[in-house]
Design a protein around this ligand. Sequence first.
Ligand code: S3P
Length: 168
Amino acid sequence: MKTGQLYLTGFMGTGKSTVARCLCRYYNMKQIEMDRQIEVEEGMKISQIFKEKGEAYFRKKETEFLEKIQDQENVVVSCGGGTVMQSRNVEIMKKNGKIFLLTAQPETILRRVKNNHDRPLLEGKKSVEAIKELMEARRPKYESAADYQIATDGKSDRQICEEIINEW
Ligand code: S3P
């Protein structure tokens, strides 16, 4: 087992938070969930931050947060789906750990995000086509940031965790 930070990244609904919880349960690591921490610091939900302060403000908070937790060891950081879109964030992450990209088919993602209303970027766009479009636009950045890619469709959380730990 390595030291440093294990980052989980990937599109919305690829299971980053669930897999992070699972990793922490089995492998005695601490979970840091970026979005939840930013919500606590800001005292409002992600959707409200987007609405009241704007996406650029939220993106700045993501970078500040990654900088703030740099010294923590033995942690699994579940990132937001857009965290690796900023190259400064990828730089910080590469310096402090390894980046695991979780992937899933757009159909799987749609099923998972359908009834969740705290994803401002998908509000009013919950269709396979819209998810595919955003996913394709983001793919180059996801793939170039990733140290490892883990496909999640049809796998149990435990299986996904084992794959990650074998690479880590
Ligand atoms: C975002 C994904 C969300 C959240 C914010 C922006 C994105 O996180 O950070 O709504 O740009 O893909 P999840 O991937 O946990 O939904």
